[in-house]
Design a protein around this ligand. Structure first.
Ligand code: GAP
Length: 465
């Protein structure tokens, strides 16, 4: 098995092969904000589509939504974000690094999750007295006490920046589920779903994260894929277990090794929550298992709060019994960027081959940015190029395809291996007389002669698409 890459290697790979670039790089770069290049966008879209297919297409009771990023500011008061959505921040006076106090404490086995600032500062002081507390960036010992740092990102839609007040400030949503709660009444009134039902959406979210050194894992602008499931309280235990199993299986179905993921059960819950689990992936370059997805039982907190603050009745009336009540909610919530990083990390493989070492992205073909590459054996033979172009033209409506006639065949294979293309097709001189081509498989490197008449059928069978 090949060793997993260091973060710097993955960052360099993403940049050099057109997967991800730091945002505004020509202006010096924006911290913890990334842009996705050609292959990165294709990979990310494929992951998103795989999630969407599983959540919406394969669950008849899950509906689709695409709500706006901006929402009524009062909604963030109702949800508790304006008062409580913050992280404890510590600054290093030597190198000016901004640090998460809870992460510093975690290194000493102290859980600061949802703990008050007093507790955090007491624990930091104890470590300082024992000379154990050091800045992870420069090793300095001069750290400030922890203070609360709001993760909410403000904007000024509809008001000039110099007239911003608490009344007219708007926020870029820190999670996408808020739009689902605010549309709950519209959904009930327009689509009349019966409990239990879910609402899924994918969209951008923004958080003013303190830590900005974890590549795409923790960014200030990111995409979330969330599903809120509305149900009767007595259905919670069964449905929570079913969604947990469902989400776990999704990872396995897309090739994640069972030993690379694990469950983390939250011991300290928000006051309204009855259960919360994370799926964690073993990111070796981030020091081990880290959260990729949360599955949370949220009770009736969200709808009750928005009902109270908006003055709207958000209860549900059972169509059979006329019973009226506020549905409870459980959610599945995952960051698309984190899935991107997880799939990339697991797929990134260096292995010895006859002519040295190759880098290959062993992605599930459904996720691969390019499904098929077509090569003419030689670029200076017009008859080979014409037939290869003809093959490419035939296949392009069905597959994201790349045509490549640069360099020798070995180099072209390596280029496709590096971006995870599962199948490559070579048109050679025999193709002209026999009307067949060589199809090479990425992982086994096995080559098979396939007749042009049966090519689509063969690719369909191999790719499972
Ligand atoms: N609605 C629930 C919610 O937002 P969360 O645990 O704060 O819960 C859910 O976030 C998921 O969103 C995380 O498991 C992670 O995959 C992703 N996520 C959160 N913050 C992120 C960030 N700054 N950068 C990238 N992904 C993030």
């Amino acid at each position: 098995m090949s060793k997993k890459p260091e973060m710097s290697e993955l960052v360099a790979f993403c940049k050099s092969r057109g997967f991800a670039y730091q945002s505004s790089e020509i202006y010096g770069g924006m911290s913890a904000i990334y842009d996705y290049g050609h292959y990165g966008t294709l990979l990310k879209n494929n992951i998103r589509d795989a999630w969407w297919k599983n959540m919406v297409q394969e669950h008849a009771e899950v509906l689709a939504l695409d709500s706006a990023i901006f929402m009524a500011p009062l909604a963030w008061k109702a949800s508790g974000h304006l008062d409580n959505f913050d992280d404890p921040q510590v600054d290093c006076k030597t190198c000016k690094a901004r640090l998460r106090a809870d992460h510093l404490l975690e290194e000493f086995g102290i859980s600061a999750d949802k703990q008050p600032l007093d507790f955090i500062n007491q624990e930091l002081d104890k470590l300082k007295k024992e000379n154990k507390l050091k800045c992870p960036v420069c090793g300095g010992c001069d750290l400030t006490p922890a203070k609360r740092f709001s993760l909410m990102v403000k904007s000024n839609i509809g008001a000039p920046t110099d007239e911003l007040t608490d009344e007219n400030v708007v926020y870029l949503r820190p999670e996408t589920c808020g739009g689902i709660y605010l549309n709950y009444k519209n959904i009930i009134d327009s689509l009349h779903p019966k409990l239990p039902f879910g609402v899924a959406q994918v969209g951008k979210a923004f958080r003013n994260e303190i830590i900005a050194r974890q590549f795409i894992f923790r960014t200030r602008e990111f995409e979330q894929m969330e599903m809120q499931y509305f149900l009767r309280p007595e259905q919670m235990v069964e449905k929570f277990a079913a969604w947990k199993a469902d989400r776990w299986q999704w990872y396995l179905n897309f090739g994640i090794q069972a030993e690379k993921i694990r469950w983390y059960k939250h011991e300290k819950l928000a006051h309204y929550a009855s259960d919360a689990y994370d799926i964690e992936y073993d990111f070796q370059f981030l020091g081990g298992f880290k959260e990729i997805e949360g599955i949370h039982a949220r009770g009736d907190w969200d709808l009750s709060q928005h009902g109270k603050f908006s003055g709207c009745d958000l209860s549900y009336t059972d169509p059979y019994t006329n019973e009226k009540f506020i549905p409870h909610i459980m959610e599945t919530s995952v960051g698309l960027g984190r899935l991107f990083l997880m799939f990339l990390d697991q797929a990134y493989t260096k292995e010895s081959v006859n002519d040295g070492e190759r880098l290959v992205l062993k992605l599930d073909p459904r996720l691969s940015p390019i499904k098929v590459a077509v090569f003419p054996l030689l670029r200076n033979k017009p008859e080979l190029v014409a037939l290869a172009q003809d093959v490419a033209k035939r296949l392009r409506p069905h597959y994201q395809l790349e045509f490549d006639d640069h360099g020798n065949i070995g180099k072209r294979y390596r280029r496709q291996d590096e971006i995870g293309t599962p199948l490559t097709i070579t048109v050679d001189f025999d193709s002209l007389t026999n009307q067949d081509v060589t199809v090479r498989e990425r992982d086994s490197m096995q080559q098979t002669r396939v007749s042009l008449a049966k090519l689509e059928e063969y690719l369909h069978e191999k790719l499972g698409l």
